[in-house]
Design a protein around this ligand. Structure first.
Ligand SMILES: Cc1cc2nc3c(=O)[nH]c(=O)nc-3n(C[C@H](O)[C@H](O)[C@H](O)COP(=O)(O)OP(=O)(O)OC[C@H]3O[C@@H](n4cnc5c(N)ncnc54)[C@H](O)[C@@H]3O)c2cc1C
Length: 578
């Protein structure tokens, strides 16, 4: 694990740079006493307090206005691995969507980005001042609940805000934050299994896996496979499944049959913002457990471990169908229309998957191979008719599917990408009028972007009403549809603002045809209108009460989270004002 320079060694930097960051001004008597408080904190957390720095810094010769010596060898590693998630997760100062490392409101150059299309492009770093941007000033490499308790005390004492980072996949900048002290949970990465796990205070046992937030999804899949089980998780190798993923909902291509991550979690150990280390489940602290099942990352404290029901090893039918090289605006619109028309039936048959423009990768744990082929025939015929390819095959396990398909198809990291999304209601698929409305809406956005569609709602899952806090719209939808846009390393703040606005406007077309529905907290529009209703629906009122109970001093705040202080809070100075 690559760390920043040890805090105590960096005393001079703290005094001249760090304190200025925290207070936005020159060194003062107050910052001298702050220095002592930081030193005390460092001692309390066993020397695991670090000054943060951008991952890309070795390429630059200037840092926050001061000359520094570039390190060519280290820079080459950054350049070679700019889109490699496994490298990014190792560095505190790297995020999957690197715009969250930058102070977007001060763009261009309020960060330390390289040129994604050519990371060796010296225009991005020669004579450019690399800045800490939106990366937290300091972080604690969290190992024990007492680390978090010390940080909460420190925050209360100094007024310095906290942030929580795990693997850095957040689409809305909730794991970074200028001037914050971050709690980096990446090293809490244990994985264990019990075939008779009984949540504390309960009596029913489950076949379950217990994971630290820092355990990456691919490792969990491999572990589950090694004991002939299936873990229901996301479509990317390095997501921290026991962190933001499940806290916000957590969809999988197997969710249509096996439910969302919030449906499968049975116990969570968390340090709440009031400093308690709590074990929450259906039998003890049930209201907190409800909040942790979809109320969103970091608002409820810092999760140390979570336990999730496993599924047995499953044989899967996999349909990988597409016509990428032959796609055009006309056949793409027809393709989406065909998929809209087939989706209700697919839902009743148990299919889940992803639609990425002219390709689909779907899986089904319920059908035989003959049934899967028959089910997909119209889609296969369409793709082959465009000169494309089609495979409908049976694979022996989820891990086989993940290794063969997902590692090649998963979303790329490294671009400055943003999303706007909507849960598309069942009522737009189960009748002719609805289908026509949806197909026409998709057609109208194609000139802007091809929607990325996750067929990952818990359509067949037997849900117990009231057990999770995600918007109930998840239970009555068949698609989680997103529209995206992006910018580049040197885009202006005006251009960035235009992209945010355009995404919100295009997502609005889907909001308009799905009144009363919602959106996915983890993959939402940064500027989601009416976000409390979109993410939690009628659950928001109770969530706000639970938040006030566990965080009476408002020590943990994040963008559009439960109890959010709002965009005017100085904590959000790096978010673009639209
Ligand atoms: C390439 C890519 C693919 C994705 N695919 C999927 C998918 O298939 N299914 C899906 O549902 N989602 C998917 N997502 C979204 C993903 O689940 C969320 O971004 C998730 O929050 C990532 O968690 P993280 O720990 O990796 O990220 P971070 O950015 O480190 O954390 C995300 C949020 O969770 C909070 N948090 C993290 N750990 C803790 C903790 N221990 N305690 C309290 N709060 C914590 C952070 O403060 C932050 O608010 C994808 C995202 C990306 C970038």
């Amino acid at each position: 694990m690559a760390h920043g320079v040890l805090f105590l060694v960096r005393t001079a930097v703290l005094l001249s740079v760090g304190a200025a960051h925290v207070f936005g001004g020159p060194l003062s008597v107050r910052s001298l006493s702050l220095q002592a408080k930081f030193a005390a904190l460092n001692e309390t957390v066993g020397g695991r307090l670090y000054a943060a720095g951008p991952w890309e810094l070795p390429c630059f010769s200037e840092y926050n206005g001061t000359a520094v010596t570039p390190d060519e060898a280290a820079c080459a590693i950054v350049q070679d691995n700019y889109t490699d998630p496994f490298t990014r997760v190792m560095h505190f100062g790297a995020y999957m969507m690197p715009q969250w490392e930058t102070c977007q409101a001060e763009s261009p150059n309020a960060g330390c980005l390289l040129n994604l299309s050519d990371p060796t492009d010296s225009d991005a770093f020669d004579g450019v001042d690399c800045q800490l941007g939106n990366i937290p000033s300091y972080y604690i490499d969290v190992r024990y609940p007492s680390d978090v308790q010390a940080a909460l005390n420190f925050s209360e004492m100094t007024g310095i805000k906290l942030s929580v980072k795990n693997k850095g996949h957040d689409y809305k900048g909730r794991s970074s934050g200028k001037g914050t002290l971050a709690l980096w949970v990446t090293n809490l990465n244990s994985i264990s299994h019990s075939d008779s796990f009984v949540p504390e205070g309960c009596s029913t046992g489950y076949d379950a896996i217990t994971i630290g937030p820092g355990a990456i999804t691919e490792d969990i899949y491999e572990y589950a496979d090694s004991i002939n089980r299936t873990f229901i998780g996301g479509y990317h190798q390095t997501i921290g499944a026991g962190g933001g993923y499940f806290l916000g909902g957590g969809h999988s291509v197997l969710s249509p049959v096996y439910g969302l991550a919030v449906d499968r979690v049975i116990q969570v150990k968390v340090v709440t913002p009031d400093g308690q280390y709590v074990t929450a489940n259906e039998c003890q602290h049930p209201e907190l457990f409800f909040a942790l099942r979809g109320g969103g990352g970091s608002a409820w404290g810092v999760v140390f471990e979570s336990t999730h029901r496993l599924a047995p090893q499953v044989t899967l039918q996999v349909a990988s169908i597409g016509f990428t090289e032959h796609a055009n605006s006309s056949n793409l619109a027809d393709w989406y229309e065909l998929l809209v028309n087939e989706t209700y039936r697919f839902g009743t048959e148990g299919w889940g998957g992803h639609i990425v423009g002219p390709t689909i990768i779907y899986v089904n744990p319920l059908l035989s191979n003959a049934e899967a082929n028959a089910s997909m025939q119209a889609v296969v015929d369409f793709a082959l008719g465009q000169g494309g390819t089609a495979v409908v095959e049976e694979l022996p396990s989820y891990l086989t599917f993940f290794s063969k398909y997902v590692t090649l198809a998963e979303a790329v990291v490294g671009p400055e990408i943003i999303l706007g999304s909507r849960l598309i209601s069942t009522s737009l698929f189960d009748n002719e009028v609805g289908r026509t409305t949806l197909s026409n809406t998709i057609k109208s956005v194609l000139p802007f972007a091809s929607p990325y569609i996750v067929v990952g709602t818990p359509f067949l899952y037997n849900y117990t009403v009231g057990t999770t806090s995600v918007t109930p719209a998840w239970r009555d939808s068949l698609w989680h549809l997103s529209i995206h846009s992006e910018w580049v390393w040197n885009s202006t703040v005006e251009y960035i603002a235009e992209q945010y606005t355009a995404v919100t406007q295009h997502a609005q077309l889907f909001r308009d045809i799905t009144p009363g529905s919602g959106a996915y907290f983890n993959e939402g529009d940064v500027y989601e209108p009416n976000h409390t209703y979109s993410y939690w629906g009628e659950n928001y009122e109770i969530l706000r009460d639970i938040k006030e109970f566990y965080d009476p001093k408002g020590l943990l705040d994040c963008w559009q989270c439960v109890g959010w202080t709002g965009a005017d809070d100085p904590l959000y100075e790096c978010f673009v004002e639209l």
